[in-house]
Design a protein around this ligand. Structure first.
Ligand code: AMP
Length: 212
């Protein structure tokens, strides 16, 4: 399977898992959240457009996200023969838009984890603004204070990992993203994975489903 979608609630570990699988098997990783945050940092037109939604914990409107994702995948598939897509689709409209193309996923992994565990993980998450390394102050703390092990930069917390914003992101997830699971279930593409336990344990479950 080379065209893979990884879904799950905020904090379920989809970005972490997608990154590991991408590096291990050389399948390019596309994170829509990362692309949006990069645009905000670089102060692009797209960044200015999406910042307000992300800061509030709301989904960015479908038309913006669909255009961005389909263009990104189209460019990438000129060079590679697959992708691991994380953070898309988050609505039925987004899922349908991708399914109508020849870039549609072959398999959709849903990482399942309860809300309280996700909130705990997110409010303890830190990232390195310089090299992008992700930490968790409980599960994977940096060796020295709040400094990146790899490059020594001061770690930061994502603004939308504030608990109030996280709760809002969950509301969006239940209302708009949950139905996407049923959509892929009907297509026979959905594989639900238990997201509890260590990164290695969850990875093993995912690789089992992918046949890797
Ligand atoms: P993530 O890094 O995947 O947690 O995404 C962070 C934020 O980016 C989300 O809370 C949304 O505001 C926005 N976002 C990312 N992917 C999508 C998407 N597929 N549809 C709408 N908004 C998105």
């Amino acid at each position: 399977m080379r065209r893979i979608v990884i879904m799950g609630p905020p904090g379920s570990g989809k970005g972490t898992q997608a990154k590991i699988i991408s590096e291990k098997y050389g399948i390019p990783h596309v994170s829509i959240g990362d692309i949006l945050r990069d645009n905000i940092l670089r102060k692009t037109e797209l960044g200015a457009l999406v910042k307000q939604y992300i800061d509030r914990g709301e989904l960015v409107p479908d038309d913006i996200i669909i255009e961005l994702t389909l263009n990104t995948l189209r460019d990438l598939l000129k060079e590679f023969n697959g992708y691991i897509l994380d953070g898309y689709p988050r609505t039925i409209t987004q899922a349908e838009a991708l399914e109508q193309t020849d870039m549609k996923p072959e398999i959709v992994i849903d990482i399942m984890l309860n809300e309280e565990e996700c909130v705990k993980r997110l409010t303890n998450r830190r990232y390195c603004p310089k090299c992008g390394e992700i930490y968790n102050m409980i599960l994977k703390p940096p060796k020295v204070d709040e400094l990146c092990d790899k490059c020594g930069s001061k770690l930061m917390m994502r603004e939308d990992d504030d608990e109030n914003v996280v709760r809002k992101r969950f509301k969006e997830y239940y209302v708009k993203t949950k139905p996407v699971m049923d959509y892929y279930e009907r297509l026979g593409k959905l594989r639900v994975i238990d997201g509890s336990g260590s990164v290695e344990e969850v990875l093993k479950r995912i690789l089992g489903e992918l046949g890797l």
